[in-house]
Design a protein around this ligand. Structure first.
Ligand code: UD1
Ligand code: UDP
Length: 367
C-alpha cells in the first residue's frame, strides 16, 4: 500500500513523525511525506529531531498569514502532489488548517483520508478557533478515523460517524520513546543554564482566541504567582507568532523568576517538562504530555476538547481571567495534597503504541 502523510505545523509533526517512522519500518508500506510548511522554523525543528526528510514541501508560510491564505494555498498545491504519488490513502492529523485543507484536497481527488486524532470536540464552534470546525469538517471528509480515546469514539458515534472508527491511543505518547532518556543534556542555552533543582513551572500560550486581553491576563497572573512563590521560576518558550511575542515579551521580559526563550526542540521540551513541577498551557499537546509525565496541568482556556485529563484529575481548566489563573495555579503550588492527587493521576492518552495500531489497521484494510 502507498500512504501519503501530510502535515504542516509543529504539533502535527510531533504526533505524525512517530507514525511515519512506524510505517516506514514496514517493507509492505510505501510512505511519502508532504509538509505544507504552514510553520517553517517550528516544523523544521521537529523534522530534524526525528530525522525525517519530506518528499514534498509546499513551503506556504507567510508572516501574519490568514486562514483563507493557508486554506487556499494548501488546497491548491496538494492536488498535484496527490497526482504524482497516487496514494491509496492520505493521512492527516488533528485540527489545523493544513489538515482540513489537505483532507479537502484529497476528497477532490477521491482519495480516502485517514484522520489521526479524530473525534475531539468542545462543542463550541468558535473555541478553539478555527480548530473545532476544522476537525468537524475533517470527520465529514475522512473515511478512516483514528480516535485516541473512548470519549472521542463516542463523540464520533453521536454524530453518526460509525464506520472505520478505531480507538488507538494518541501518537503523542509514542513520541516520548524518541525524545526522553536518562542524563539528557539540553541544547537550548537558556534551558541548559536553568536551575531545575528549584521548583519550575513550564508554560506556553499561543491560541488565536487567547490573543490580546486573555494573554495579557495570563501574563499578569504569572507576575502575581512570582510574588506569591519567590522560590518558583517560570520557563516560557514563546511561540513565533508576532502577536504572541509582542504581549508576552512586553509583560514578562526581564523578570528575575521568568525565563522567556524561543521555541525549543521537542527533545528539550519533553525533558524540561519532566524536570518541572507543573505545566500551565493553552496547548492541546501539552495537556496530553504532562499527564504522561505525572505533571499537574493548569489549562489556560475556558474549555477543553481533552476532558479525559480533567476527569482523571490531572488537569484543571482555569479560564483566562487573571484571578482564576492565579487562584488555580496558586492552590496547586501551595497545597501538597492537591498537588499529589494531580501528580499521581493516571495518564488517559495511551500506552505509546498508537502508531503500531494505526499501521496494523491500515495494513488490514488495504491488503
Ligand atoms: C497553528 C494552528 C493551531 C496550532 C498551532 C500550533 C491553524 C489555523 N492553527 O496556529 O491549530 O495549535 O499552529 O502551534 O491551523 N510563525 C513563524 N514561524 C513558525 C511558525 C509560525 O514565524 O515556525 C509565525 C508566522 O508569522 C505565522 C504566525 O506565526 O504567520 C502564525 O502561524 P499560524 O500557523 O497561522 O498560526 P498558529 O497560531 O501557529
Ligand atoms: N513544543 C515544543 N517546543 C516548544 C513548545 C512546545 O516542542 O517550545 C511541543 C510540545 O511539547 C507539544 C507541541 O509542541 O508536543 C504542542 O504544540 P503547540 O502548543 O504549538 O500546538 P497545540 O498542541 O496547541 O496544537
Amino acid at each position: 500500500m502507498k500512504a501519503l502523510v501530510v502535515f504542516g505545523t509543529r504539533p502535527e509533526a510531533i504526533k505524525m513523525c512517530p507514525l511515519v517512522l512506524t510505517l516506514k519500518s514496514d517493507p509492505a508500506i510505501d510512505v511519502r511525506v508532504c509538509v505544507t510548511g504552514q510553520h517553517r522554523e517550528m516544523l523544521d525543528q521537529v523534522l530534524a529531531i526525528f530525522d525525517i526528510e519530506p518528499d514534498f514541501d509546499l513551503n506556504i508560510m507567510k508572516p501574519g498569514q490568514t486562514l483563507e491564505g493557508i486554506t487556499t494555498a494548501v488546497t491548491e498545491k496538494i492536488g498535484s502532489v496527490i497526482d504524482q504519488v497516487e496514494p491509496d490513502i492520505v493521512l492527516v492529523h488533528g485540527d489545523t488548517t493544513t489538515s482540513m485543507a489537505a483532507a479537502l484536497g484529497s476528497f477532490y481527488r477521491k482519495v480516502p483520508v485517514g484522520h489521526v486524532e479524530a473525534g475531539l470536540r468542545t462543542y463550541d464552534r468558535y473555541s478553539p478557533f478555527p480548530e473545532e470546525m476544522n476537525r468537524k469538517l475533517i470527520s465529514a471528509l475522512a473515511t478512516y478515523h483514528f480516535a485516541p480515546t473512548q470519549t472521542n469514539f463516542d463523540a464520533l458515534a453521536a454524530e453518526g460517524v460509525t464506520e472505520h472508527v478505531y480507538i488507538t491511543g494518541n501518537t503523542v505518547i509514542d513520541a516520548f520513546q524518541y525524545t526522553t532518556h536518562d542524563g539528557y543534556r539540553f541544547t537550548n542555552a537558556d534551558l541548559a543554564r536553568h536551575d531545575f533543582s528549584k521548583p519550575t513551572v513550564l508554560m506556553t500560550a499561543h491560541r488565536r482566541e487567547n490573543l490580546g486581553r486573555p494573554l495579557e491576563n495570563i501574563c499578569d497572573a504569572v507576575l502575581e504567582l512570582c510574588d506569591a512563590h519567590p522560590d518558583t521560576s517560570f520557563v516560557y518558550p514563546v511561540h513565533l507568532n508576532p502577536a504572541v511575542r509582542e504581549t508576552v515579551f512586553g509583560k514578562l521580559e526581564g523578570h528575575p523568576q521568568i525565563t522567556l526563550t524561543d521555541p525549543v526542540d521537542v527533545e528539550d521540551m519533553h525533558n524540561a517538562m519532566s524536570r518541572s513541577v507543573m505545566v500551565m498551557t493553552d496547548s492541546g499537546g501539552l495537556q496530553e504530555e504532562a499527564p504522561h509525565l505525572g505533571k499537574p496541568v493548569v489549562v489556560l482556556r475556558t474549555e477543553t476538547e481533552r476532558p479525559e485529563a480533567v476527569a482523571a484529575g490531572t488537569a484543571v481548566v482555569a479560564g483566562v481571567g487573571k484571578q482564576q489563573v492565579f487562584d488555580t495555579a496558586h492552590r496547586i503550588l501551595s497545597d501538597r495534597e492537591t498537588y499529589e492527587a494531580m501528580a499521581n493521576a493516571v495518564n488517559p492518552y495511551g500506552d505509546g503504541h498508537a502508531s503500531e495500531r494505526i499501521r496494523d489497521i491500515l495494513k488490514e484494510s488495504f491488503s
